[in-house]
Design a binder for this molecule. Structure first.
Ligand code: TRP
Length: 460
C-alpha cells in the first residue's frame, strides 16, 4: 500500500469540504422545486427517510473505503477487491464527468445572475429564455466558473479545497440564515410554512419516490466516489461516524433552510409554488426588483452569491475525483491533470449549454415513455445521472462492502478513529442498512425507474 498521503489538515477542514461538496445547487436550486412539484412536505419526509436510512450508512462506507485505501475510487476498489471490482470506480468516474458537464452550465447561470443583479438588472428573470440561449455570454460565465474550480483544485487538498471550503462555507451559512430570517417576516410566511411542512401523502407516487431517492444521493454527493476521494485524505485519527453525521445534518439542514427562504418569498408575491426549474431563475429576480432598488440589490446579490459559493465547493469536489485518479493511477502531475480534465469536461458540457433553446436538436432531445413532451439534453443527463447512475453506484458500493470487503473490515476501519469499537447500536444499524436495506431498496428502485422511464412499464 501507498504511504498515507497528505490531506486535510483537520477534522473541521474535512467536514467543511465534504459538506461543501454536499451543499450545492442540489440543495438551493433543485430541492425547493422538487418539493414544489411533488406536493410539499410528503416529498420532504420521504427524502429525509432516505437520507438517514440509506445515504448516511453509505456515506460512512464511502469515507471508510477511501481512508482505508488512500486512493481514488478506481484504485480503491482495485486494492480492496482485485482488479475486476475497479469497474465500480470507473462507473463513478463516468458519472462524475457527466454530472460536472451540466452542473457547470447551471453554475455559470448562477454566476451570470450574480453579475446582472449586482448591475441592477432585475428584468433578467423575464430575459431568462434569452439569457440561456446567449451561448457566448453563458459559455463565458461557465468558462470562468470552471477555471475558478480548476484553480482551487490545482492548489491541492489542504491549500486549495480545504482552504476554499473553510472560507466559503461559513459565509454561505450566514447568508442563508439571514435570508431565511428575512423571508419569515414576509406576509406569506405562515402559508408557505404550512405548504412546506404539512404532508399530503396522496401526492406520493412511484415517481415521487424515485425522485426523492435520486435527489438524496445527488444532494449528499453519494454513489460515484466523491466521498471515497475525500475520505482518502482524512486522517486515521478522525472519527468517521461523527463526521458523516455532521455532513448529513449540514446538508439536510441547508436544504431545509433553502425551502424556508424560498417559499415565503414566492408565496408572498402570489407566485405558483409549482414554478419548476424557473422558480429561482425566472420568478426570484422580479421579486428582488419589487423590493426596491437598494434592498433588492442587496438581497438578490446575497442570494446569487450564496448559490455561486454553494456550487463552487461542489464543482471542486467533483473535479477532484478524476484528478485524483490521474494523479494516483497515471502518475500525472496535479496541475496538468486538473487543466486537462477541466477543459475536457467543459467541452463535454457544450451540448448541455446548447440544449436550453440555442439548438433545437439538443433542446428537444428525447421523449420519455409517458411524458407529455420532449426533454432537453441537459435534463436527460441530469435525470439519468442522479436517478439512475447514483443509486446504481450506491447499490454496487453496498454490495461490495457487504459481500466482498465485509462489514467487519468496515467496522475496523471506522474504529481506527475511535477509542475501541464503534458504538454497538450504530454498528448494528450500519451493518443492517449496508447488507439488507441498501441492496434491496436501491436495486429495486433502480430497476423500476429504468423500466418506467425507458420501457414505459410502470409498476407501483
Ligand atoms: N451534492 C451537490 C449538490 O447538491 C452536487 C455534487 C457534488 C454531487 N459532488 C457530487 C452529486 C458527487 C453527486 C456526486 O449540488
Amino acid at each position: 500500500m501507498q504511504e498515507a498521503r497528505t490531506g486535510f489538515s483537520s477534522k473541521i477542514g474535512f467536514i467543511a469540504a465534504a459538506a461543501g461538496s454536499a451543499v450545492g445547487l442540489g440543495n438551493i436550486w433543485k430541492f425547493p422545486f422538487e418539493v414544489g412539484e411533488s406536493g410539499g412536505a410528503a416529498f420532504v419526509i420521504i427524502y429525509l427517510i432516505f437520507c438517514f436510512t440509506l445515504c448516511f450508512p453509505l456515506m460512512v462506507a464511502e469515507i471508510a473505503i477511501g481512508r482505508k485505501t488512500q486512493r481514488n475510487p478506481v484504485g480503491a476498489f482495485t486494492v480492496l477487491g482485485h482488479g475486476k471490482w475497479s469497474f465500480i470506480g470507473k462507473m463513478g468516474l463516468f458519472s462524475c464527468i457527466l454530472i460536472l458537464s451540466f452542473y457547470n452550465v447551471v453554475a455559470g447561470w448562477c454566476f451570470g445572475y450574480l453579475v446582472e443583479i449586482l448591475l441592477g438588472n432585475f428584468s433578467i428573470g423575464e430575459q431568462f429564455p434569452l439569457f440561456v440561449k446567449d451561448i457566448i455570454k453563458v459559455g463565458g460565465y461557465s468558462v470562468i466558473f470552471m477555471a475558478t474550480t480548476a484553480y482551487i483544485v490545482s492548489k491541492g487538498i489542504s491549500k486549495g479545497v480545504e482552504k476554499a471550503a473553510k472560507l466559503l462555507m461559513p459565509i454561505l451559512f450566514f447568508i442563508i440564515i439571514l435570508l431565511a430570517a428575512y423571508a419569515m417576516t414576509l406576509p406569506g410566511a405562515a402559508e408557505a410554512v404550512e405548504f412546506y411542512l404539512l404532508p399530503d401523502f396522496s401526492k406520493i407516487t412511484g415517481k415521487v419516490v424515485y425522485n426523492a431517492l435520486g435527489h438524496a444521493f445527488f444532494s449528499l454527493s453519494l454513489g460515484m466516489g466523491a466521498m471515497i476521494t475525500y475520505g482518502s485524505y482524512v486522517s486515521k485519527e478522525d472519527n468517521i461516524i461523527s463526521s458523516a453525521v455532521a455532513i448529513t445534518l449540514l446538508d439536510v439542514g441547508i436544504a431545509f433552510l433553502a425551502g424556508l427562504m424560498l417559499f415565503p418569498i414566492v408565496i408572498s408575491q402570489g407566485l405558483d409554488t409549482h414554478g419548476g426549474a424557473g422558480l429561482v431563475f425566472m420568478s426570484l429576480p422580479r421579486v428582488f426588483g419589487d423590493m426596491g432598488t437598494v434592498l433588492g440589490t442587496v438581497v438578490g446579490t446575497l442570494f446569487f452569491l450564496l448559490l455561486s459559493f454553494a456550487a463552487l465547493t461542489s464543482t471542486v469536489s467533483i473535479l477532484e475525483i478524476p484528478v485524483s485518479y490521474l494523479v494516483d493511477e497515471r502518475a500525472m502531475k496535479r496541475p496538468k491533470a486538473v487543466w486537462l480534465v477541466a477543459g475536457g469536461i467543459f467541452l463535454l458540457g457544450i451540448p448541455s449549454l446548447l440544449s436550453n433553446g440555442y439548438s433545437s436538436f439538443f433542446t428537444q432531445f428525447v421523449t420519455y415513455f409517458g411524458a407529455s413532451g420532449p426533454t432537453d439534453f441537459m435534463t436527460l443527463i441530469s435525470d439519468v445521472a442522479s436517478n439512475s447512475f447514483l443509486p446504481l453506484g450506491g447499490f454496487l458500493i453496498a454490495l461490495f462492502v457487504a459481500f466482498i470487503w465485509r462489514k467487519e473490515k468496515l467496522f475496523k476501519e471506522i474504529s481506527n478513529g475511535e477509542k475501541g469499537h464503534p458504538n454497538r447500536f450504530i454498528s448494528k444499524f450500519l451493518g443492517f442498512s449496508i447488507t439488507y436495506l441498501c441492496p434491496w431498496i436501491l436495486g429495486a428502485v433502480f430497476i423500476l425507474n429504468v423500466l418506467d422511464k425507458f420501457f414505459g412499464v410502470t409498476i407501483y
